[in-house]
Design a protein around this ligand. Structure first.
Ligand code: B12
Length: 160
């Protein structure tokens, strides 16, 4: 595992919201806890669904938090493709507009099999990232884009 920077290194208050969890058949909890802690240290609000989370539960969380910057899913046991096979259909059904980011050990064996990334994109994964640091940086970029796209609000009684 790469060394995580201290969580106070780049605190950006109210950096946005992220839905996090581990795929349905997967009980590996350590990275999930580390990533949640790391992202909270960067200022993100983390809706952590924990291990063994079916796609339908990620969708339920998205229904409740439609301003989420991303849904981030970990998979360590090598069964990502099977666990996420309903993702595309459920993303359409729940009108998911944020990216679905996947990370971990994504196939059985020490080496990723050829064509796996394309297959994962085919089932609805938007992007594969390797480390919590990459995830944090990408979420900060998404937060900036979300803010830039937000309409400017004028406080009541403000500018006339
Ligand atoms: C601890 C452990 C367990 C524990 C888990 C306890 C717990 N509550 O978490 C127990 C004993 C329960 C377990 C069970 C199993 N395990 Co296990 N386990 C491990 C072990 C030794 C360490 C995993 C760990 O915690 N690493 C520390 C974390 C911090 O690192 P990480 O998981 O690699 O995550 C990093 C990156 O992958 C990435 N990352 C992770 N998630 C995400 C998510 C996103 C969005 C992003 C961007 C990045 C990211 O960032 C992290 C930090 O760098 C690994 C071997 C190893 N040395 O890695 C095997 C390993 C993951 N297990 C494995 C297997 C096969 C199993 C079992 C199927 C074994 C079995 N036959 O029963 C079961 C599966 C259970 C299940 N239903 O999921 C295999 C997976 C092989 C594969 N993918 O091909 C491994 C790699 C061992 C091996 N070499 O064979 N396991």
């Amino acid at each position: 595992m790469s060394k995580l920077p201290p969580t106070h290194a780049a605190i950006v208050p109210d950096a946005g919201k992220v839905i996090l969890g581990v795929a349905a058949s997967d009980a590996h909890a350590v990275a999930n806890h580390l990533i949640a802690h790391y992202l909270r240290g960067l200022g993100f609000q983390v809706i952590n669904l924990g291990v063994c989370t079916p796609v339908s539960e990620f969708m339920g969380a998205y229904d409740e938090h439609r301003d989420a910057l991303a849904i981030a899913i970990g998979s360590m046991n090598g069964h990502a493709l099977q666990d996420l096979r309903e993702l595309k259909l459920l993303k359409q059904r729940h009108q998911v507009r944020c990216p679905v980011i996947l990370g971990g050990n994504l196939s059985v064996g020490s080496r990723k099999r050829d064509g796996l990334e394309a297959d994962l994109q085919e089932v609805g994964v938007t992007m594969i990232l390797e480390s919590p640091e990459q995830l944090g940086q990408h979420l900060l970029r998404l937060r900036d884009q979300q803010r830039a796209a937000a309409p400017i609000r004028v406080a009541a009684g403000g500018a006339r």
